[in-house]
Write a new protein. Structure first.
Length: 223
């Protein structure tokens, strides 16, 4: 398992100023998709269960409705009203390169879990330095060869309690030329809900069981 967080690392990270946005470019494969030249025809997606939590299934169904017959939806096609109940669990990342990804939005449940405002901060730097390159590369693979990703994470809190969550994420094309790709994700608890003590925040986060789902552009390598 990969340890992405430590107490000292999070304290240092959250005391820093958010990263400034820098221009980026779409990866070549995504440029093909955005100009109407997909690599392959969209493939059928799993019909639901497949081990996904109910919240993950709702998000997945909404994303499929946004994209219609395309491989990926554009940002203007995203209808957040269709996932209104999931907004506290929603994360939106702006991805400009394998070393440049920032939180565009983090729902209340996410920011409460980490005890700080995440919007505008580096998603990659939320990993300890030894794991940053791998974290950024896996995210970049998801947008370079567009696919849906499913991941489980085990969180450890200051109180010592642990919680398993499922994250389902999917890419979204920008509306404007030169704008970054976005990745929308919903975080769903899998363990039984436990009342969170005040100021009980995540100090370690273990990622496991990453898998990619083919949406019509193939599946990138997972190592």
């Amino acid at each position: 398992m990969d340890r992405f967080f430590s107490d000292a690392h999070i304290r240092a990270l959250l005391s820093a100023a958010p990263d400034a946005a820098r221009p980026g470019r779409l990866p070549d494969a995504v440029t093909m998709l955005s100009t109407g030249q997909p690599q392959s025809a969209p493939l059928p997606l799993p019909d639901g269960s497949g081990g996904m939590s109910p919240d993950s299934q709702k998000f997945f169904a909404a994303w499929k409705s946004w994209r219609g017959d395309q491989i990926l939806p554009r940002r203007a096609q995203v209808q957040l009203t269709t996932i209104a109940r999931l907004m506290p669990q929603l994360v939106v990342l702006e991805v400009r390169g394998p070393d440049r990804a920032t939180f565009r939005l983090a729902g209340d449940d996410i920011e409460r879990a980490f005890g700080a405002r995440l919007t505008g901060r580096s998603f990659i730097k939320m990993a300890e330095e030894a794991h940053q390159a791998r974290r950024g590369e896996l995210l970049w693979r998801q947008v370079s060869q567009p696919c849906v990703a499913i991941l489980q994470q085990e969180r450890e809190y200051r109180s010592g309690r642990r919680e398993i969550v499922e994250i389902v994420s999917a890419p979204v094309l920008p509306d404007a030329e030169g704008a970054p790709m976005q990745v929308f994700a919903v975080v769903s608890p899998l363990s039984r809900h436990v009342t969170t003590p005040e100021n009980d925040t995540v100090i370690r986060n273990f990622g496991r069981n990453l898998r990619f789902l083919d949406i019509g552009a193939g599946i990138p390598a997972q190592d």
